[in-house]
Design a protein around this ligand. Structure first.
Ligand code: NAD
Length: 346
């Protein structure tokens, strides 16, 4: 066992149960890529490639490690025959030819011989996946498939909301409920549309005022400020923007009795799951409720139809009810029960 500050990343990787981590540098195209394969025990590691700027390589590596680990848990909870992994591509001004850059990444993915399957993530487009597909068969979310996974993720969140409402309110419909959505981007917009069609009253916020205005116009959603969204007297709070929003500051202000949204890593720390339980707020664990995009990507990658993918996504409802029942029986936070079930499956 190594010790000392310089080994912090290795210790972090060990604590997450890694796995292997690969790095590729290609000076000709500016590619600097990390593929973090957390686990292949249940099957190949499917996880998107993120193409964003990082302050340091250390931050990028840490992000890849955390995200790859999260994908293992997500796949296990969705009962998919997949492991977990993620790729991080460092975005730098040296990358001038996007096509050549993603071509080089495609060759890197191919070198993993199918242990890692890549897909879209923050900063990548369907067209990038199409470039990758010229060099490797191990890529999902190409234009041959459906592309943007946002609508399928939103469908999974909707099924998850039905499960929370069933458990908490013994109701089978959402009509007349009030849902507050934080962030109306790819997932949040599609969720707002689906909820509106079911007679739900919406309050929304987004840093991007244009995105918020579209929802106001199309769905009659009420726009509130970025701070106000936490404190609304609503039935359900749906975080669909960014992580870490459930924390010491926000928990005492939340009035909703249910938290169910797509954002990754919603709990700032594990202990916040218990803080929610104590306040009798039902929390739908993020990696369970937001697995719709992954389920779709894998189903279409296997050649299944969109209808078959949607049927698989609908099982998020049953998985969540299972977690809620067990959490209530054992007097534990739903987040902890999800972690226990996922780690048993890994
Ligand atoms: P997106 O970038 O399309 O949308 C996010 C939206 O949140 C944007 O409109 C942005 O302006 C807004 N936003 C940013 N900061 C905000 C703030 N402080 N307050 C309010 N709004 C803010 O992203 P997305 O694809 O819709 O994903 C949303 C979340 O769901 C992310 O956490 C993502 O990791 C997670 N997720 C997405 C998918 C998917 O299929 N896209 C799958 C699983 C998980």
């Amino acid at each position: 066992m190594t010790t000392g500050i310089n080994d912090e990343l290795l210790q972090y990787a060990e604590s997450l149960g890694y796995g292997d981590v690969h790095m590729k540098i290609d000076a000709a195209t500016g590619l600097r890529a990390i593929i973090a394969i957390h686990s292949t025990k249940r099957g190949p590691a499917l996880g998107g490639c993120r193409f964003i700027e990082y302050p340091t390589t250390r931050d990028a590596l840490r992000d890849a490690l955390r995200l790859g680990w999260g994908m293992s848990y997500k796949a296990a909870m969705a009962n998919l025959p997949l492991g977990g992994g993620k790729a991080v591509l460092l975005k730098t001004p040296q990358i001038t030819d996007r096509e050549a850059h993603f071509g080089a990444f495609g060759r890197f993915v191919n070198e993993m011989s199918g242990r890692y399957i890549t897909a879209m993530d923050s900063g990548t487009e369907v067209s990038d996946m199409d470039v990758i597909a010229r060099y490797t068969p191990y890529v999902a979310s190409t234009s041959r498939n459906s592309g943007d996974p946002g609508p399928s993720t939103a469908l999974g969140v909707l099924r998850g909301i039905f499960a929370t409402v069933k458990f908490k309110m013994q109701r089978d419909n959402l009509e007349g409920l009030h849902v507050a959505i934080q962030g109306v981007g790819h997932v949040g917009y599609s969720l707002a549309q689906r909820l509106h069609n079911l007679g739900v009253r919406l309050s929304i916020c987004d840093r991007n005022t244009e995105a918020a205005k579209i929802c106001e116009k199309e769905f009659g959603a009420k726009i509130v400020s970025l701070d106000e969204i936490f404190k609304l007297d609503c039935d359900i709070f749906a975080p669909c923007a960014y992580g870490g929003i459930i924390n010491d500051e926000t928990i005492p202000t939340i009035k909703a009795k249910i938290i169910a949204g797509s954002a990754n890593n919603q709990l700032a720390e594990l202990r916040h799951g218990e803080a929610l339980r104590k306040r009798d707020i039902l929390y739908a664990p993020d990696y369970v409720i937001n697995a719709g995009g992954l389920i779709e990507a894998y189903a279409l990658y296997q050649g299944l139809s969109m209808a078959e993918a949607e049927l698989q996504i609908s099982h998020i409802y049953d998985t969540l009810l299972l977690i809620f029942d067990r959490a209530a029986r054992e007097g534990k936070p739903t987040s902890q029960v999800a972690d226990t079930i996922a780690s048993e499956r890994l």
